[in-house]
Design a protein. Sequence first.
Length: 341
Amino acid sequence: MANSFLGRDMAVDLGTANTLVYVRGRGILLNEPSVVALNSQTREILAVGSEAKQMIGRTPDTITAVRPLKDGVIADFETTEQMLRLFIQRVHRRQFFVKPRLVVCVPSGITAVEQRAVKEAGYQAGARRVYIIEEPMAAAIGAGLPVHEPTGNMIVDIGGGTTEVAVISLGGIVTSQSIRTAGDDLDQAIISWMKKEYSLMLGERTAEEIKVALGSAFPLPDEPEAEIRGRDLISGLPKTVTISSTEVRQAIEEPLHAVIDSVRTTLDKTPPELAGDIMDRGLVITGGGALLRGLDERLRHETGMPVHVAPDPLDSVAFGAGKCVEEFEALQQVLVSEPRR
């Protein structure tokens, strides 16, 4: 096929925490943190991705490390566009060939203005056409749910900036809820809890490491402990405290409850026939939040429904969007079509 050789179509999961790029015929070729390090004076990009993430909270005045996406939407347009362009260039080396078609994932609760910003960033980064797919839809396809059948599929996608809960049937979203409480809020909750309980000031990266190492949503058989370093707010000196996963669970209770609540609200709005299907088949959790220990148990406990964790929770959105790129004609209907100009 000459066509596939020319323009490599791509799917981009432009996430608050990580950006993944899927290239047609080749799979996920790039998975990097959505972080950009800039020179504060000239706004020139110094590093992007993992290299820039190392710098968060450790930069001198001349350098700022920013996360250009907040709550799943573009907060800093120029930086997002440059980051996207750099990521696309990394996988799409041949500049002089046809521009690729791009499928970009967006949260389901996003406004028309925010949607236009995402499209614009795609065009600026060098795409020929930009198509939009809603994140829960992509996550459901990526998790292998039969989205085109007339049965209810429920997906809970907990990312860095947003949690998307949706019920999907016949290739469309029947009811959905997108809340801006997700992984980042768990980190913030840990920071404020440590400040309150131990008057210890933590950085964002340390908080994230604690969440990954100790975080849990349901009591564990053995509650691990860890030493945490930060700055004592009273003496101003560095200090170490030991905390257990029980304490981390208390710390993240509030944002976690918001996530569970959104699952309840969505179920409440689901038509009875589909609710019956979901009762049989259960709901699927995906996204980085699905890696939180005991979350499936907790949801099972709170909703009384079967809960499954998707096979590769971090990649399901990118895989789902990638599937749309592979079978473009077949899956065209799930993409949000843009009005003809």
